[in-house]
Structures are given as structure tokens and as C-alpha cells.
Design a protein. Structure first.
Length: 282
């Protein structure tokens, strides 16, 4: 896996800064995939069958569909999601909670009372698992990742912890990534993966320059509330890649940097002991 990745990335290393900039620009642009937000989350609020109350529908690539029943003051009365898809006492249910087209059902009485159905807002194709399952990875005792092939140069992954979907990754012509807990997982558009633990900053770190284990430097910036990262290695300086809702990935032949939407920087250097990025200053 490492050999295949480094072979593919050697092209970037050989041609230097210009190619690195093109690759990074592609990765940054590909993070704007959701129909209502770049975080692959779509929301819609509808009237409840209980007069004056409302239901907030959320369709998330990372955690599936969920619905919250809100009273007239906006307080949450009940929630259905992948952990509990039906609440008969509150008249709520979700059909296809992890599918591409989940449906919300509600009713004010039990027994034979028919359910009133409402489709969840639809996510775009790059935010929806599709394709054929090609293999699975066990990342630790609680965490697994399923890798799906959509087409040549297009793979997707679903990460589950203790049986629950916690992250979704889309790699279509550029690498995708997920940062969860202490682990980082990168999925390449050829279906190969790289994963590591630790070697990352806390969320919302200080803006400025950070040094990786091999001396490469990452500059963390923020524009209009969105974090961006700029990687500089011996092969040149990449363009700034913004993590607008989804993590961005920058890489050359030996260095991988993942930036989370919350500003988390996670770095991996081949052949080096993995260490968290060290803050150098503004």
C-alpha cells in the first residue's frame, strides 16, 4: 500500500511546486459537495402532526438520518436516529436511516393510524455511499472501515465504531480523509488507504506555522471562518487547501497532512517517528 502510494505521488515530487499546486487546488475544490452544505449535511424543518410543534430533519453522510421533535419553545421532546429508528410513544420513525434516500414517518396516534411520510433532504452523489464493497479494514477493536469502489478513480469509505456509522469519506479524483478521536484515515482515489494514530493538534489550534517530524512546514490560516492549510516541503509550496466542512488533504512522496474542518492538523511522515505538529509561531 505504501509503495503504491509513494509511486503515484512521486510524479508530484518530480515536477515540484507547480504540480503540487494543481493537486491541492483539486482537493480543496472537491470539498464543496453537499446540496445544502459542504459538510455533507442537509437539513429541513417541517410541521409536526402535534399542533404547534416542529420536526427538524437532518441527513448526514457521517451519521445517517436523524429527526428531532421540538415543542413550541424549541425544546427537544424526542430524537430518532441510527441508534433508535422508532419511537412509538412519540409517533416517530425513520425508514432507511443509513440509505441514500431515508424517509421520516410521524403520526399522532398508535394502532392502525397511518404514518405521514416525508423524504429527508437529499445529499449529492459525492456525499452518498454507492458502488461495490471491495474490502474492509479493522482499525482497532471498536472501529472498522468499509471501502467501496464506485468507478475507476472513485472510491468511498464508511467508518463504523461499535456498530455505528461515524464518518464518510469520498475520494473522487483526489484523496479524502476523516479525523476521529486519535485516528486519521486517508482514502486515495485508487482505493488505497493510509491510517495513523496521534500526530495531530487539538481542535481550533493557533493560526500560524507548524513543523512536522521531517521538518516540513504547514501554515494554518483562516478565511471567512474556514480553516486552510499550506504545506511546504523540499519539493515546493502547495496552494492553500481549505477544509470547508470536509477535511482537506495535501501530500507529496513522504509527507501527508490532513486538515479537519475544526482546524485540527494531522500529519504523517513516512520513515519517521510520528509526532504532533510543533507550533513555530505566526
Amino acid at each position: 500500500m505504501r509503495t503504491a502510494l509513494r509511486t503515484a505521488l512521486a510524479i508530484v515530487a518530480l515536477v515540484g511546486t507547480a504540480t503540487a499546486s494543481v493537486v491541492t487546488a483539486t482537493a480543496a475544490g472537491a470539498t464543496t459537495a453537499s446540496s445544502t452544505s459542504t459538510a455533507c449535511i442537509a437539513t429541513k424543518t417541517i410541521p409536526s402532526v402535534f399542533g404547534g410543534w416542529k420536526v427538524k430533519l437532518v441527513n448526514s453522510a457521517d451519521s445517517g438520518a436523524s429527526a428531532k421533535l421540538l415543542d413550541e419553545k424549541g425544546h427537544v421532546v424526542s430524537t430518532v436516529d441510527q441508534s433508535r429508528t422508532v419511537d412509538l410513544a412519540s409517533g416517530l420513525r425513520i425508514t432507511g436511516v443509513l440509505s441514500a434516500k431515508p424517509v421520516f414517518g410521524q403520526r399522532s396516534e398508535g394502532g392502525p393510524t397511518p404514518w405521514k411520510s416525508t423524504a429527508f433532504p437529499v445529499l449529492s452523489a459525492d456525499c452518498t455511499q454507492s458502488g461495490k464493497l471491495v474490502h474492509a479494514l479493522r482499525l482497532d477493536s471498536r472501529t472498522t472501515a468499509q471501502i467501496f469502489k464506485v468507478s475507476a478513480g472513485h472510491y468511498q469509505a464508511r467508518v463504523h465504531q461499535s456498530g455505528k456509522l461515524v464518518r464518510f469519506i469520498d475520494a473522487h479524483g483526489r484523496a479524502g480523509a476523516a479525523v476521529f478521536g486519535s485516528r486519521t484515515l486517508v482514502l486515495n482515489p485508487d482505493g488505497t488507504t493510509v491510517t495513523w494514530t496521534g500526530a495531530k493538534t487539538a481542535a481550533n489550534p493557533r493560526l500560524g506555522r507548524y513543523k512536522l517530524a521531517n521538518g516540513a512546514v504547514v501554515k494554518l490560516v483562516k478565511r471567512a471562518g474556514v480553516y486552510g492549510a499550506q504545506l511546504t516541503t523540499g519539493h515546493g509550496t502547495f496552494s492553500v487547501a481549505y477544509a470547508k466542512g470536509r477535511p482537506s488533504v495535501q501530500q507529496d512522496d513522504v509527507t501527508l497532512v490532513v486538515l479537519g474542518a475544526d482546524g485540527t492538523l494531522s500529519g504523517h511522515v513516512y520513515g519517521e517517528a510520528q509526532k504532533p505538529p510543533v507550533y513555530l509561531g505566526a
